[in-house]
Ligand binder design. Structure first.
Ligand code: SF4
Length: 165
């Protein structure tokens, strides 16, 4: 079950990183514009004031978004439960780590899906090795920042090779 849990989003263990880091444009899914790094106007502390009424408030995009557990993992594992609200100097670092961890978790999700239908033994060994590496590593900020231009590219080439994309 641990493998399933790593992609499970737990907002109570996060620091509203999506409500800080992500940008969106006013339109069908969002009722207003928000820039990256701008704390959402609906944040009250680390909680969303309109959480129970997102769709009614024209914010269905927030309902649809899932960080795949990246936010809670960054806050708890990388920053030991600290928050950008208590320590503003962490804001940029937490945003960068969140972005990197989301990329890690997207690759975990894709590598798991690639198990079906079964791969040839050598390809399966490669899939498993990548997956173990992503799931078992205790990530730090530097590793997360380097992920997209390093290991993520290797994994993407592999995923392309086996026809995931
Ligand atoms: S509306 Fe609520 S869930 Fe959406 S970004 Fe703002 S605070 Fe977060």
């Amino acid at each position: 079950m641990a493998q399933t849990d790593i992609l499970k989003t737990d907002c109570a263990q996060c620091a509203a990183l999506c409500c800080l880091a992500l940008a969106f444009d006013k339109g069908g899914d969002f009722a207003f514009d928000k820039n990256p790094g701008e704390p959402c106007r609906n944040l009250s502390g680390l909680r969303c004031k309109v959480h129970d009424r997102l769709t009614e408030n024209g914010l269905s995009g927030c309902v649809a978004y899932d960080c795949l557990g990246a936010g809670n993992r960054v806050v708890q594992e990388v920053f030991g439960g600290r928050s950008w609200q208590d320590e503003p100097r962490l804001t940029r670092l937490m945003m960068e780590a969140f972005s990197g961890m989301r990329e890690v978790h997207i690759r975990i999700d894709l590598l798991r899906e690639a198990a079906h239908p079964p791969l040839a033994p050598q390809l399966e060994a490669t899939r498993r090795a990548f997956l173990d590496r992503l799931e078992q590593n205790r990530w730090n900020s530097n590793e997360l920042n380097a992920f997209e231009v390093g290991l993520a590219l290797e994994i993407d080439i592999f995923l392309h090779q086996i026809g995931v994309f």
